[in-house]
Design a protein around this ligand. Structure first.
Ligand code: ZN
Length: 249
């Protein structure tokens, strides 16, 4: 019989599940505020309408649910058959009727939540592979989903901002992004500072860095490539302008 509550017992993981579900509820709220005709409108992502964002977030829940099923059964079920299949699916989803698109989001979110709920405590450490080829424990799927729903709620471009995202999510996201830069060596000379804290990311050992600083939400907005509002740039290499953040996906 299916459980009525999460089987995960680790308090940290329980907290992460709460954060993912809060993010899903927040995305749902921003989606539900949109009239059907407004789904045709633009987003913060180039070439994507709100339809594409909603389709992507829905299919992403299904893809992450496949990883949770993989962890539960040991039967390998990748997120997507290929990057092409993923993109094709999004483009198809964007053509769905508004009601079908809303159902896709709602049903896929509930399905994922149930998969998480029913995953036995011991299975959360089982390893699965992400679409980027990283091998991670099943518990990582919670964070993967968390960052998707929060960022894409902002992308919907109907009032949500990075100020709506919980600080713990922002901080972890900034760590992910600057970690990806470091892995690729694209952060050379770039130092990211969060004002009012001693948080520093990026090329922290540079002798003469370009320094991007601002409140946590603002530097994350910049780091995700979604604008330069409320960040300040210093340093001899900056010429007074804020450079585009390196890619992180
Ligand atoms: Zn995404």
């Amino acid at each position: 019989m299916a459980a009525r509550h999460d089987l995960a017992t680790d308090p940290g993981l329980q907290e992460e599940l709460l954060q993912a579900r809060r993010g899903t509820a927040f995305f749902a709220r921003k989606l539900n505020e949109l009239a059907d005709a407004e789904l045709d409108g633009g987003t913060l992502l180039p070439d994507w309408t709100r339809r594409h964002v909603v389709a992507h977030v829905g299919y992403n829940a299904r893809a992450i649910a496949r990883l949770v099923e993989w962890a539960a059964t040991g039967v390998e079920t990748p997120m997507y058959p290929s990057p092409e299949a993923r993109n094709h699916e999004i483009n198809f989803g964007a053509t769905l009727s508004p009601i079908a698109l809303r159902n896709l989001f709602d049903h896929s979110a509930v399905h994922l939540s149930v998969e998480w709920r029913d995953l036995p405590d011991a299975s959360w450490a089982n390893e699965v592979r992400t679409a980027q080829g990283r091998t991670v424990p099943a518990s990582e799927t919670v964070w993967m989903r968390t960052r998707e729903v929060w960022i894409h709620a902002v992308d919907l471009n109907n009032g949500a901002t990075f100020n709506d995202v919980p600080p713990a999510v922002l901080e972890r996201l900034l760590g992910d992004i600057t970690g990806a830069w470091k892995t690729r060596g694209t952060d050379t000379g770039l130092l990211v500072k969060v004002t009012g804290t001693d948080l520093a990311f990026g090329d922290t050992s540079a002798t003469n860095p370009t320094i991007i600083s601002g409140p946590l939400a603002a530097v994350v907005e910049w780091a995700t490539g979604r604008g330069t509002n409320s960040v300040t740039t210093h340093g001899t290499l900056a010429n007074g302008t804020t450079p585009a953040a390196p890619n992180w996906i």
